[in-house]
Design a protein. Structure first.
Length: 252
């Protein structure tokens, strides 16, 4: 079996995560908010919130936004950039909120790391009757334009082999659906959007350094990788076609 990257290394690259990870498409957020009938008085939870990439877009759409993040470094950035949310130390295995306390649980780029019957049970516990669960992922980044070259791919392949396979394989496997199907939740609904993302070289590099495989490397290895990629990648703007998918369900 191929080595897998650990789920708990993101704090090693919290600042890179904040700089490099893209915002979520507003139309997709609006779609699930509408489907779940979440009004401006709603109370919602961003679970595994990271640096608040989704949290900041929940704040204008809900009255109370909790953001639960287990990693201290990630949560420190979250508190800095999204002070309007209530950031809490906690995890999907032990959500620090009372029973039936939120109208929806959102999780973005995180559910595959903790999907289990135990964690879905915790999510159901904090949901109010008919409350919603929303899962976001970026599932396809396409190829950059202009191309970066084969040597960049080779260098990244070596880094991924050393740090372990990133989490996208867990997403695409669909195994995360199993605990949801066993829980008292309605069948999953799905929607997706495609968009073009423009990034500078430094934003792209920050995103790569925040990938689980590379965040898991030693500081020295990550610094060497960053230096090599700066040598190889011209300092211009790049474009990607990104496919983002949302899944949602309600407590039955």
């Amino acid at each position: 079996m191929a080595k897998e990257a650990p789920p708990d290394a993101f704090g090693n690259s919290a600042r890179e995560y904040e700089l490099g990870r893209p915002r979520w498409p507003q139309e997709l957020i609006d779609r699930v908010v509408r489907e779940l009938e979440l009004g401006p008085d709603a109370t919602v939870l961003d679970l595994g919130a990271g640096t608040g990439k989704l949290t900041r877009d929940l704040v204008p759409r809900a009255r109370i936004v909790y953001a639960v993040e287990p990693d201290d470094a990630m949560r420190a950035v979250l508190e800095e950039v999204v002070p309007e949310a209530e950031a809490l130390a906690g995890s999907a295995q032990a959500i620090p909120l009372p029973d039936e306390s939120v109208d929806a649980v959102f999780t973005a780029e995180a559910f595959h790391w903790y999907a289990s019957e135990e964690t879905v049970g915790e999510i159901v516990r904090v949901l109010r009757p008919r409350g919603g669960l929303v899962i976001f992922w970026n599932v396809d980044f396409g190829d950059p334009e202009p191309p970066m070259g084969d040597e960049v791919d080779r260098v990244l392949d070596v880094a991924f082999a050393k740090g372990g396979a990133p989490g996208i394989g867990k997403v695409l496997s669909g195994l995360w659906r199993e605990p949801i199907a066993k829980a008292p939740l309605e069948p999953l609904q799905e929607a997706e959007v495609e968009r073009t993302l423009t990034r500078t070289r430094d934003q792209w590099l920050a995103n790569m350094l925040s990938v689980s495989s590379i965040a898991a490397l030693s500081d020295a290895d990550r610094e060497d990788l960053a230096a090599r990629l700066r040598e190889l990648v011209p300092d211009v703007e790049y474009r990607w076609s990104i496919r983002t998918v949302a899944y949602w369900t309600r407590r039955a």
